[in-house]
Design a protein around this ligand. Structure first.
Ligand SMILES: *[C@@H]1O[C@H](CO)[C@@H](O)[C@H](O)[C@H]1NC(C)=O
Ligand SMILES: *[C@@H]1O[C@H](CO)[C@@H](O)[C@H](O)[C@H]1NC(C)=O
Length: 396
């Protein structure tokens, strides 16, 4: 099967970005004070902000020109993200009042470690190339390992003067964001699974995912945002290798859709049966990207098939590297490279998750706004938004 490409850029050597950039649209903006104590991020290259910079090959690295549109001076070095600027974790964190994603767990400075241990700001454990299954993403930090790292974090937090109860309280009000699944489909393009395996492979993905989520729940997560699987068949790399001359690969897309449907069903029943007090919202990044592709002008975009950075057919036969062909206006492209969206697309995607009309279409069973403002059961019971500000001020 053509398609189901690995959601990670080529493993190119890490190069510090040295070019100034003018065409980006990702200026950091200070939003309101944080609505939540912290954000904890898990998953793949759609949300990794630099953990893979610290991993040896074959883990994929986001080398130059990735990060070319990140504002100079905001970050010591501008790689780490598998796109030209900010990614989904950054824009979601901005919506709840932070400047960008919490820092990559493997990059924490002493000050950032102190913040993390005090239950503030949080950390990003995501690793580009990783998936739900342990077999996905050789050399990356698997989702299981990411959650283990978080478990270590929590153990250290409870040893501070905060103590167990306060830590649980802070965690129950923090946001847990997961973007995963895309890379697990690479098993089909790499021959580790065939289409006839899909009827067991996909349920196994979902049940493994739910086991991981249950571990997070047991560690104190009560506000969970999941991003479903993107339309993998419409990624430029899939189109470039498609037999249908650049069209979306419908077979690959149907795998993602089967997963997305089952995830919603299983998540609802697992929450009802075994995770009391869990509030979650699943955002359909699948539908958001599909709609962007079918009506680009609606989003102020123009190019929906080819990659901005790459080479060959649709600029997507070759992965993005320092010597790639780079498009002239990155703000007009949905896709940055063979498998990742641009900052422009990520910004619009997150706007759609929060916009009150679009959110009803793209998020379920509750909206993102409800997720972060609703009163909760469990350790944080009865906190409304206003009190949550006051509590937070008292706690930090
Ligand atoms: C993982 O990568 C290492 C190093 O490149 C390689 O030796 C090993 O065979 C790979 N394992 C799998 C399962 O592909
Ligand atoms: C790039 O594209 C955006 C969106 O279409 C447009 O607003 C902007 O003017 C363009 N910039 C240049 C330098 O052409």
């Amino acid at each position: 099967m053509a398609g189901a490409a690995l959601l990670a850029a080529a493993a190119v050597a890490f190069v510090v970005c040295s070019l100034a950039s003018a065409t980006g649209d990702g200026q950091p903006r200070r939003h309101r004070p944080a609505l939540l104590p912290a954000v904890y991020v898990f998953g793949d290259s759609l949300v990794d902000v630099g953990n893979n910079d610290f991993l040896p090959l074959p883990a994929p690295r986001a080398g130059f020109p990735c990060g070319v549109d990140l504002p100079r001076g905001t970050l010591g070095r501008r790689t780490g993200r598998f796109t030209n600027g900010y990614n989904l974790a950054d824009f979601i964190a901005q919506r709840v009042g932070f400047n960008m994603s919490p820092p990559a767990y493997l990059s924490l400075t002493p000050q950032e470690s102190l913040n993390l241990l005090s239950g503030r700001v949080g950390a990003n454990y995501a690793s580009g190339g990783s998936g739900i299954l342990d077999d996905t993403g050789n050399g990356t930090i698997t989702l299981r390992e990411q959650i283990k790292l978080f478990a270590n974090t929590k153990a250290s937090m409870t040893k501070t003067e905060l103590g167990h109860n306060r830590v649980n309280r802070l965690l129950s009000r923090s946001l847990f964001l997961i973007s995963t699944a895309g890379n697990d489909f690479s098993a089909f393009s790499q021959g580790r699974a065939t289409m006839s395996d899909a009827s067991s492979y996909i349920p196994n993905m979902v049940s493994t995912y739910l086991k991981h989520i249950k571990v997070l729940y047991n560690l104190g997560a009560r506000r969970l945002r999941l991003l479903d699987a993107v339309p993998i068949g419409c990624l430029p790399g899939s189109r470039a290798s498609s037999v249908n001359d650049g069209a979306c690969d419908d077979v690959a897309n149907s795998l993602a859709q089967q997963f997305n449907t089952l995830l919603r069903l299983e998540m609802a029943s697992a929450t009802a049966a075994a995770m009391p007090g869990m509030e979650y919202s699943i955002a359909s990044i699948y539908n958001i990207i599909s709609d962007m592709i079918s009506n680009p002008p609606l989003d102020g975009l123009e190019e929906v098939a080819s990659a901005c950075c790459g080479g060959g057919k649709l600029n997507a036969e070759f992965t993005c590297s320092a010597t790639s062909n780079l498009c002239t206006n990155r703000s007009q492209y949905v896709f940055w490279d063979t498998v990742h969206e641009t900052q422009a697309a990520y910004r619009r995607a997150v706007a759609a998750m929060f916009d009150s009309t679009a959110a009803a279409m793209y998020t379920e069973p509750i909206s993102f706004h409800q997720l972060v403002t609703r009163k909760q059961g469990g350790p944080g019971a009865g906190i409304d938004l206003e009190h949550s500000f006051a509590d937070q001020a008292a706690e930090i």
